[in-house]
Design a protein around this ligand. Sequence first.
Ligand code: NAP
Ligand code: GDP
Length: 347
Amino acid sequence: MQKTALITGITGQDGGYLAKFLLEKGYRVVGLYRRGATDTFTKLKEHGIFEKIELIDFELLEFSNICRIIKKYQPDEFYNLAAQSFVAASWEEPIYTAQADGMGPLYILEAIREFSPHTKFYQASTSEMFGKVQEVPQRETTPLYPRSPYGVAKVMAHWMSVNYRESFNVFTCSGILFNHESPMRGKEFVTRKITDHFARLALGLTQEPLELGNLNAKRDWGFAGDYVEGMWLMMQQEKGDTYVLSTGETHPIRDFATLAAKHAGFEIEWQGEGVNEIGIDKKTGRTLVKVNPKFFRPAEVELLIGDPTKAQTVLGWKRKVSYEGLCQMMVEADIKRYKQQKVMATV
Ligand code: NAP
Ligand code: GDP
């Protein structure tokens, strides 16, 4: 029988990749989005799946709405990907972030417990929960030490999902996903900010240098398309559990910028230190990257590197896209988009 999956955050990066993956597996996919004044379905359209998804209004903070949806659809699988997902914004909107990212998942768990206890629940947990890391590399058993309101709120949702599994026998999975990127990543995140800017520099659409914050922070970056498969695999096991999805590699932000520049046709040389550090074009001496303290964070997560052994051995999960392949894919997609926009503007 055809399975029904509900996905919150359907308009976001992961929502689109997961919906595409589940449609290919033959699922009926119901996409939960929050109504807005502008078209929020651009990613689903770019994936070519907009017409194939049933879309319904959903708001993480509206318990009555969540109850009605769960009651009506009685889904086999519920993937909670919706969140205020940008760490930097969580210091500006700590209360909203705590409500949406901490309380929102609890509303869903309560609705499942009450109206559809057979529904399997996936919670989008995050490596930001490791924050000031207590162990290197980080794994499922590493103690949590979140460093932002976002991280703290996600810790609450993570433990609620574990608790509903242990207290009420609800099938819950918590995927502790390390940073995962793609051409669909929001431009406020550092990888896409970098690839988008170098695409514009390469096409002569800007002459301005790229302004970044902390170049020394290190992240474990994978490809979103690989990570949604891991989410699904977690939900196919006999019991719900917690799994880390990561690459096991870590790279500084400076390194990602150097690589993106290379794929856009520039060779960067780094000069200076701290706020005075700049990345110059080796050929012309032009400044391509500079530091702007505006992008520093009140508390930083300096190093993330995950150990995906459990997911690899228990789920048989394996990422397919390398770090370099990911960066190249993102730069090429941004260049292609700007070229298409140029063509559209001339017709
Ligand atoms: P994203 O692109 O920012 O998407 C977030 C989604 O949540 C959007 O569809 C957004 O809708 C929706 N949303 C936000 N607030 C909402 C609310 N109050 N009610 C209903 N919907 C709401 O994030 P992503 O990269 O796909 O990440 C998916 C999930 O994984 C998030 O929970 C994130 O925190 C978590 N995560 C991400 C990463 C990563 O590296 N990408 C790593 C670990 C965990 P609008 O389009 O209307 O804004
Ligand atoms: P996060 O790991 O979820 O916070 O993902 P981000 O892509 O937003 O940030 C990753 C790292 O890049 C953090 O340590 C940031 O401090 C660092 N970073 C440096 N410059 C920037 C910038 O201009 N924008 C963003 N978003 N992050 C930056």
